[in-house]
Write a protein that binds this ligand. Sequence first.
Ligand code: DP6
Length: 368
Amino acid sequence: MCTVTCLASINIAVIKYWGKRDEVLILPVNDSISATLDTDHLHAKTTVMTSSTFKEDRIWLNGKEEDIKNPRLQNCLTQIRKRARNSNQWKVHICSENNFPTAAGLASSAAGYACLVVALAKLYQIEDDITSLARSGSGSACRSVMGGFVKWCMGSESNGADSIAKQIVPASHWPEMRILILVVNDTKKKISSSIGMKRTIETSDLMQHRIKHVLPNRVKIIEQAIIEKDFKTFAEHTIKDSNQMHAVCLDAYPPVIYMNDVSHTIINFVHAYNEAVNEVKVAYTFDAGPNATLYLLEENVPEFVGVLDHFFPPGINLEQYRKGLTFKEVINSQELFNKINTTRQAPGSLKYIIYTKVGNGPKYLEDP
Ligand code: DP6
């Protein structure tokens, strides 16, 4: 019996992957950039086992056996076995679970496929690039195979050989970066990312403008901003890219709508806060759902959380999500509240928030 266990976490894109040029190979229409989050908070944990007694491949997700014939899973397993350096005849049993708060409604496929591929790569002794293997399970998963800030280069080859992810900088390059996930809704998303991006690419006229005239430059600018730790430029382009992804979704026919009223309240609130402090201190971004992810520097967390606590009743409880992150006292400034109060809309309600940081990527655990 041979066993490998590993942890991998979700990533949150600042330049969104939205649209495929090849649906089967999962090849994107643009480069995308994300940060991989710390494995302490939102991770998948996967154990893969092989034994001469196993007659067939099997998989359990969060304790429940799932259909191993799932096409994306099969795709992934086939690609991995083609690259195996030992025996590609071995059958595997896979157990995967995630530690996401059950109500978070956060996408788990990126962490799940990244974790599966990293674990199987060790079992099958695959040593060169494995990001394309994770990509064959779910596009954004290729960026969770590494820590820090990661770029998925779309590539140009039709077989996808050059569509791989590369680390821009490790987490240690910008250790002050913090992430707050504002969970506003816990229900499963109505339109999956795959369907939403397919409809957008097929029907949105604005999408062509995004791909040809906006993204090539924006990718370069944000990459440079990360390298130079230029928060203002990083934040402005993160915000604009999120808004543009949701704008092309709205331009699809029928429109694809992921954000709700609370999401829009958060957008207005972040802009009102940045205006009140006369500096871009917080960036927001939204994936294919209503929950907001905020990027901000550690030094600004106490003040921002203070205003968040004030304006989003019944207040927030960070305690259970702090896990090892130092969190100085929340700042309560009536003067700041008054400034924001003049511009804000009616408050929405947040289910809870998760406080985390950029992480180092997948890690192997000792035998369970
Ligand atoms: C909005 O990776 O979930 O999160 O490749 O079809 O599995 P598939 O899609 P998926 O799409 C993620 C879209 C996004 C943006 C991003 O992460 O870049």
